[in-house]
Design a protein around this ligand. Structure first.
Ligand code: NAP
Length: 289
């Protein structure tokens, strides 16, 4: 990390818990690479979100990332919210500028950039999202913006899948969306891309996948698991056995951070520097695996 002085700009993440975050590694790594005089710190916010936000403003913090459990609650403390964050219904990035707080959500664009890098397009595809939680909202908005042909939302709790469908339809009225139970997805045979957004597959559920009938993978082209640790979840391993292209969640994590960095600094980071940062993150996360 470079020398900290009176001109160092401060950024951070507010979350609870915060100790396992990889965001400081990504952001401070990019600052080092680009020679930008800024520092990024994790902030544990136990309960008083409003005070944390006011404190950030008072301390001239330039920008914040926001994650669990504050992505929705933080909206009421912001002066403006970007259209995509509004559609997703959550904010993961705040820029503090001229005494104003403006909220963005970079999760969908993060996943879009990683898929593009890997040569995967959602355009005109039939996409299935497993899960209907916060991350699924961002993936569903990406699907809506990417001109998918059909969208299937599969969730254990059907009412949450229906709520997500209704939220998406508020903005994308003509999108063909079907909500399904896990039993029903085995009856569907026109899915091209499946995005796994549940927490199954990560610790302590590393032996679990939401898909228990592997015939499901036979007709798919691509599966994405937004979980990044372990590197290959059970879901990805099962898909790979059927010759399906697999993408894990590390790229989404990385590119949502790159997008935030670009918003805060009003820059476009070169592909070469982006690749260097990604390889450094990958080494750090998987060096023990
Ligand atoms: P969330 O809002 O809590 O949603 C969790 C989802 O998982 C819900 O749809 C829930 O279904 C489902 N689920 C949980 N346990 C299940 C089980 N036993 N069987 C079937 N479904 C189950 O969480 P989130 O914020 O969306 O995050 C989900 C995952 O995505 C986490 O692992 C998170 O780390 C990861 N993530 C990764 C990135 C990235 O950048 N790579 C970004 C965001 C999130 P019900 O509705 O039925 O409870």
């Amino acid at each position: 990390m470079q020398n900290i002085n009176g001109k160092t700009k401060l950024y951070g993440l507010i979350a609870n818990p915060v100790e396992h975050t990889k965001s400081p590694l990504i952001h401070n790594g990019i600052s080092d690479l680009l020679g930008i005089n800024s520092v990024y710190l994790p902030f544990l916010v136990k309960d008083s979100l409003e005070e944390a936000i006011n404190g950030a403003k008072a301390l001239n913090i330039q920008g914040l990332n926001v994650t669990i459990p504050y992505k929705q609650d933080v909206i009421k403390y912001l002066d403006e919210i970007d259209q995509e964050a509004k559609e997703i219904g959550a904010v993961n990035t705040i820029i503090i500028k001229n005494d104003k707080l403006i909220g963005y959500n970079t999760d969908a664009r993060g996943l879009a950039r990683d898929c593009k890098r890997q040569g995967v397009s959602f355009d005109n595809k039939n996409v299935c999202i497993l899960g209907a939680g916060g991350a699924a909202n961002a993936v569903a908005i990406l699907c809506a913006k990417s001109n998918v042909n059909k969208l299937y939302i599969v969730n254990r709790t059907m009412s949450k899948a229906e709520t997500l469908r209704d939220m998406i339809r508020m903005y994308y009225k003509s999108l063909d969306i079907t909500c399904l139970s896990y039993d029903d997805i085995y009856k569907i045979d026109d899915i091209d891309i499946c995005v796994q957004t549940t927490s199954l597959g990560m610790s302590p559920y590393i032996d679990r996948s939401p898909i228990d009938n592997n015939e499901f993978f036979e007709k798919l082209e691509v599966v994405v698991d937004i979980v990044y640790n372990p590197r290959q979840t059970k879901f990805l391993k099962d898909a790979a056995k059927h010759g399906v292209m697999i993408i894990n969640g590390l790229g989404m994590l990385y590119y949502q951070a790159v997008e935030a960095y670009e918003i805060w600094n009003d820059i476009v980071i070169s592909d070469q520097d982006i690749e260097i940062g990604y390889l450094a993150l990958q080494d750090n996360v998987y060096s023990c695996n």
